[in-house]
Design a protein around this ligand. Structure first.
Ligand code: IPE
Ligand code: IPE
Ligand code: MG
Length: 240
């Protein structure tokens, strides 16, 4: 495979849970429940395909505007997910990290997540990046403040502020950039997800809702990715 089409990091905007439930005359939260089932299925496929990193948009800084009951259901399902799957993540050597401000989350989910992080901190095979209370603008602002702080206390000079260095101040420090972004359910926007990390990603917007996004659907995206011509501002191999 062309080196430019090697897939190291895939990011998902898991959208359409509500629509999946509505179509079945079910309460919205059951869409989130079913969505959690797809998370482990798609994780498994990423792992089996030799992908190194998976980022999942699970809760945005904007999602606080939803009804409290829906938010609580969502966090409960996420907590159950980690309780149920942590042994398998450990077995696989998959490291759990969180992107986002967890200090604002309910104590129960915070505890479960921090245990999962602790239990997998030395894992090296795969990174499972769950984006919780994540907002891209908030992340960039946080990085800017971190750099300003270090500049003020003299640990960084102006010349040292490079693109690489800036990445050390993001939640995704040390991770490769996103190669492929998949947003399910057909909305054509990124909704404040990983603006820095997506700068040169390939985008796909399958119309399937997230709870219906099976391994087979994902494999179709992976096949399409192989045929994308990633130029990174240069020329493709045929043009050289
Ligand atoms: C995505 O599904 C899940 C989260 C935002 C947490 P939605 O709940 O946004 O589903 P739709 O977009 O209403 O169908
Ligand atoms: C984006 O989906 C956030 C997550 C998937 C967690 P939303 O459903 O919240 O996004 P909008 O409102 O359609 O932009
Ligand atoms: Mg949505």
């Amino acid at each position: 495979m062309d080196k430019q089409n090697q897939l190291q990091h895939v990011a998902f905007i898991m959208d359409g849970n509500g629509r999946w439930a509505k179509k079945r005359h079910l309460p919205r939260h059951l869409g989130h429940k079913e969505g959690c089932e797809r998370v482990i299925e798609i994780y498994e496929e990423c792992y089996d395909q030799g992908i190194r990193v998976m980022s999942l948009y699970a809760f945005s800084t904007e999602n606080w505007s939803r009804p409290k009951a829906e938010i609580n259901h969502l966090f409960n399902y996420l907590e159950l997910f980690f309780k149920r799957e942590i042994d398998r993540l450990i077995r696989d050597g998959s490291k759990v990290i969180v992107s986002g401000d967890v200090s604002q989350l309910p104590p129960k989910i915070r505890k479960t997540i921090s245990e999962s992080i602790k239990l997998t901190e030395n894992c090296k095979n795969f990174t499972f990046n769950i984006c919780l209370n994540y907002g891209g603008k908030a992340e960039i602002l946080r990085a800017v403040k971190g750099i300003a702080e270090d500049y003020k206390n003299g640990t960084i000079s102006l010349d040292e502020i490079t693109e690489n260095k800036f990445e050390d101040y993001l939640y995704t420090k040390g991770l490769p950039p996103v190669d492929l972004l998949i947003r399910t359910s057909g909305e054509l926007r990124t909704s404040n997800f990983l603006p820095w990390q997506l700068a040169y990603s390939e985008f796909m917007f399958p119309t399937t809702t997230w709870p219906d996004f099976t391994k087979e659907e994902f494999r179709k995206c992976l096949d399409e990715f192989k045929n994308r011509n990633r130029r990174f501002g240069g020329l493709s191999n045929e043009e050289k």
